[in-house]
Write a protein that binds this ligand. Structure first.
Ligand SMILES: Cc1ncc(COP(=O)(O)O)c(C=O)c1O
Length: 394
């Protein structure tokens, strides 16, 4: 029997339309190179705090982690999350408005699946986090990208946002603090987003992964806390960034009691439930000492300042907006060759052994994304190398 070798049509359009990820391409290429100075990963290089690890080990040793939990997560954990949402985000939440998810990312994918119909338009301020755009594409929705105002710290362009609304628009989706730009939206800007959403009957989907990391007195505001808006907001949060728990794959979504059961219908076929051992770790993260979060924030402030200082010495190459939040920044490349950010990022990797993420991955061509969630010595090493590279190549 001869089997048919033509398999090109086996793949669904919903994934074949999605381009290969430039981020993962850079990760793959970095593995081929020795002694790389990584500024490309948006994951904290510090380990998960010891008390969180211990709580997980204890749960394992007590035999509590071998089964599934309720799909929406332990009640006890959702109670703690509700408390945190009230205290930190000023969202009046109850445990039945929360689903514990496999990181923020699965929560957002489930949420998008629950509210976006094929053909629905979703507005994205860009540069923005590429996974959000992919989530909408997987649901058959149409991403509509609206540029932010770079010279004003990548702030939202309200006029353009409003102009982008059509009778097909279903939602506005963004991360705040922002990946990749490090911008933090002001309360006034979010109030305008709220007005646009309310006037046009839209859903607002927020990714607040970096909620705890803001600098220079800038405050993070959760749009779901605005009076009368909770019904049309889905907000995603995570333990990944706050507690350096990337690999535990645990986060949560908050939405209205009407939307949560619908999001749960999408969450179950993706995950059944979030990893149980990670739910125990998350419980300890919320109940235990919060000094670790302050320590991370202080460290990111130091590394942000160092990165800006190093960029200030390269004004002929880079122009940047100082990030007010997250642990990422998005300098513009002033050179001709920087227009193709993927080529430049590959050259930097190959010739200078510095790993960056090309702006094209975030709909921000002509930029590089640099992460400062790394030790100071990594930043210094990377910038020493970039300085030599640009001196030689100019
Ligand atoms: C804006 C944003 N959202 C979500 C994630 C992923 O979060 P999680 O690990 O909770 O899925 C990242 C990771 O880089 C991110 O930058």
């Amino acid at each position: 029997m001869e089997y048919n070798q033509n398999t090109s049509q086996l793949v669904a359009d919903r994934v074949s339309q999605i381009p290969k990820s430039a981020i993962h391409e850079m990760t793959r290429l970095s593995k081929e190179i020795d002694d790389v100075a990584f500024l490309s990963w948006a994951r904290p290089t510090s380990g998960t705090p010891a008390h969180i690890n211990k709580a997980a080990v204890k749960a394992i040793e007590e035999g509590k982690t071998g089964g599934y939990s309720e799909p929406e997560g332990f009640y006890e954990l959702r109670e703690e999350i509700a408390k945190k949402l009230k205290e930190f985000n000023h969202i009046e939440a109850s445990p039945n408005e929360i689903i514990v998810t496999v990181g923020a990312i699965e929560g957002l994918t489930a949420a998008v699946m629950a509210v976006i119909n094929p053909g629905d338009e979703v507005i994205f301020p860009v540069p923005g986090y590429s996974s959000h755009i992919r989530q909408v594409q997987l649901a058959g929705g149409k991403p509509v990208c609206v540029p932010t105002i770079e010279e004003k710290g990548f702030s939202l362009d309200m006029e353009r946002l409003e102009d982008a609304v059509t009778d097909k628009t279903k939602a506005i989706m963004f991360s705040d603090p922002n990946n990749p730009t490090g911008s933090v939206y002001s309360k006034e800007a979010l109030e305008k987003v709220a007005q646009i959403a309310s006037k046009n009957n839209l859903i607002v989907i927020t990714d607040e992964a970096y909620e705890y990391f803001t600098f220079d007195g800038q405050k993070h505001h959760s749009i779901a806390s605005f009076p009368g808006l909770k019904e049309r907001v889905i907000s995603a949060f995570t333990f990944t960034k706050t507690y350096a728990m990337t690999g535990w794959r645990i986060g949560y979504v908050h939405a209205s009691p009407e939307l949560i059961p619908q999001i749960k219908k999408a969450h179950i076929p993706f995950a059944i439930c979030a990893p149980v051992v990670s739910q125990y770790a998350a419980l300890e993260a919320l109940r235990g000492p919060q000094k670790c979060v302050d320590d991370f924030r202080r460290h990111y402030l130091t590394t942000r300042n160092l990165m800006c200082e190093r960029l200030d010495r390269m004004t002929h190459i880079f122009e940047y907006q100082k990030p007010k939040g997250s642990y990422l920044m998005f300098p513009k490349i002033k050179l001709e060759k920087g227009r193709d950010s993927l080529t430049l990022a590959k050259q930097l990797l190959k010739e200078a052994h510095v790993s960056t993420t090309p702006g094209i991955a975030f709909r921000g061509e002509g930029h590089l994304r640099l992460s400062f969630c790394v030790p100071e010595k990594t930043i210094n090493k990377a910038f020493d190398r970039m300085k030599d590279y640009f001196n030689k190549s100019n």
